[in-house]
Design a protein around this ligand. Structure first.
Ligand SMILES: Cc1cc2nc3c(=O)[nH]c(=O)nc-3n(C[C@H](O)[C@H](O)[C@H](O)COP(=O)(O)OP(=O)(O)OC[C@H]3O[C@@H](n4cnc5c(N)ncnc54)[C@H](O)[C@@H]3O)c2cc1C
Length: 443
């Protein structure tokens, strides 16, 4: 007898290469839930909700083209499944490993059997272990262990099942974004494009990716992180397409960092809240410093431009993320978790495992992280990667007439009499030395 299945779309908002649409063989009800547990905590102008809303409506249309549809709910997942449980045998969904998702799924499993599929990443963390069956804690051997993936012509992608039909169901009215309590937001232009459009635009840039990816005023990266985060394109689709091109290895390495951090969070779930290396650090608790960092009022042009840009757009280039993370955890010596949580609120591409792993990397307390004595000097970084101040000036309008070399000297902009700029909140050299001293005592 055909099963009655709920296909619960979460962070896999696509029809192509969809594990759910591949594994189904019954009468199905595809659903998406705007989860009150998550939405109630977010500000009305949250950009991600606007983006997800648009993407969910896009998924509904795509499903209609293959004879299905999407029931869109707004509420608490537990309540929604209580109302659905009598008509269905099981729920199909893709895996999600962060603390909230794990707890949520446990509760749903008490209501209906949950069949999980793994399609937000290339490999399941339990399939990439060392010879002694323990997880990798260092990136390079983890990466090398995945080399066999290169040898197959492509990783098999899921095909849409021919053996399914839409269940007879009275669909709820799709709530408007306003009914969810949010206002429509403008996104950066590139987010109007599909994942495949971005991928195709990026291919000619592959050759220079390794060099160009660090220059934040250049458009040298794929900009695929948001699409990957919400599953608008699958990592398999990206990997299969890109590996056929010359010069793709460096890019694939970056994709594997995403896998590595996912594996770390899967095997070491406590690292969401605790230092991965187990070292106890007495961080400063200076709320004023933290506020200055969040608002982009530290007096360091590159830090301030990066943070103001994040606040305005929900975006931050990888190199800038490394610079502001180093400044927060080393120069200000504030807890990495504060920075991680702030990014979680602001980043359009926020992904728990990559964000936690990268923050711990920057704070020198994570898996395979930057050595504690390598503290980024924000002035040398802006001199190297934004010599002419193109990015800084694009964000901080009052700097238009400032000579770029002043951006790369401590208190340089402050010395210009025509601009009234915030005094720097910490001395870079002294704060660096203090941080190294504190870390040295732990090691
Ligand atoms: C402090 C900090 C926080 C971060 N938080 C996140 C986050 O919440 N979500 C997120 O997706 N990435 C995060 N990153 C990693 C990286 O900054 C972004 O993935 C990248 O900037 C996205 O831009 P892109 O798609 O153009 O990247 P590209 O350079 O084109 O890279 C391609 C893809 O590889 C993956 N990738 C690249 N670099 C990394 C990395 N260092 N770690 C893990 N995956 C990587 C991403 O999926 C990315 O889309 C963080 C990095 C730092 C230093």
């Amino acid at each position: 007898m055909k099963k009655k299945q709920i296909l619960w779309f979460r962070r896999d908002l696509r029809v192509e290469d969809s594990a759910l649409l591949h594994h189904t063989n019954g009468e199905v009800l595809p659903i998406f839930i705007f989860d009150k547990n998550i939405l109630d905590k977010l500000p009305k102008d949250d950009k991600r909700v606007s983006f997800i809303y648009k993407s969910v409506l896009g998924l509904k249309k795509q499903l209609q083209t293959i004879g299905l549809d999407l029931a869109i709910f707004y509420g608490y997942p537990k309540d929604i499944f209580q109302t659905l449980k009598n008509g269905f045998d099981e729920v199909l969904c893709s895996c999600d490993f962060d603390a909230y998702a794990t707890q949520r799924d446990k509760e749903i499993e008490d209501i209906l059997p949950l069949k999980r599929f793994y399609d937000s990443y290339l490999i399941h963390p339990s399939h990439s272990l060392k010879d002694d069956e323990t997880p990798y804690k260092v990136f390079t051997p983890f990466y090398k262990n995945l080399m066999p993936l290169w040898d197959c012509s492509s990783i098999e992608e899921y095909q849409i099942s021919q053996n399914m039909s839409l269940i007879d169901y009275k669909f709820p009215n799709t709530p408007t974004l306003e009914e969810l309590g949010f206002q429509t937001q403008l996104f950066p232009k590139f987010l109007e494009k599909s994942g495949f459009e971005l991928l195709n635009e990026f291919i000619p840039k592959l050759e220079n990716y390794q060099e160009a990816r660090d220059y934040f005023y250049l458009d040298g990266t794929s900009k695929l992180a948001v699409h990957l985060r919400f599953g608008l394109i699958s990592p398999k689709q990206v990997f299969n397409k890109i590996k056929k091109y010359p010069h793709s290895e460096f890019f694939i390495r970056e994709l594997f960092w995403r896998e590595f951090y996912n594996s770390i969070l899967y095997h070491f779930p406590k690292s969401e809240f605790e230092n991965f290396n187990g070292k106890e650090i007495t961080w400063n608790q200076n709320k004023e410093y933290f506020k200055a960092w969040c608002q982009g009022n530290t007096g360091v042009p590159i830090i301030d431009a990066a943070m103001r840009h994040l606040n305005q757009t929900g975006l931050m280039h990888n190199r800038l993320r490394m610079i502001v993370a180093s400044f927060l955890t080393k120069n200000l010596f504030l807890p990495w978790k504060w920075g991680e949580e702030y990014f979680a609120k602001k980043l359009l591409d926020y992904d728990a495992s990559s964000n936690i792993g990268s923050w711990q990397w920057g704070a020198s307390i994570g898996a395979d992280s930057v050595p504690y004595f390598r503290v980024f000097n924000p002035y040398s970084q802006s001199k190297k990667f934004d010599k002419h101040g193109i990015f800084i000036k694009s964000v901080i309008k009052e700097f238009q007439r400032i000579e770029p070399k002043l951006f790369h000297i401590e208190n340089g902009v402050q010395s210009n009499l025509f601009v009234d700029y915030i005094p720097i909140i910490v001395n870079i050299k002294n704060s660096r030395a203090d941080a190294i001293e504190k870390f040295k005592m732990l090691n």
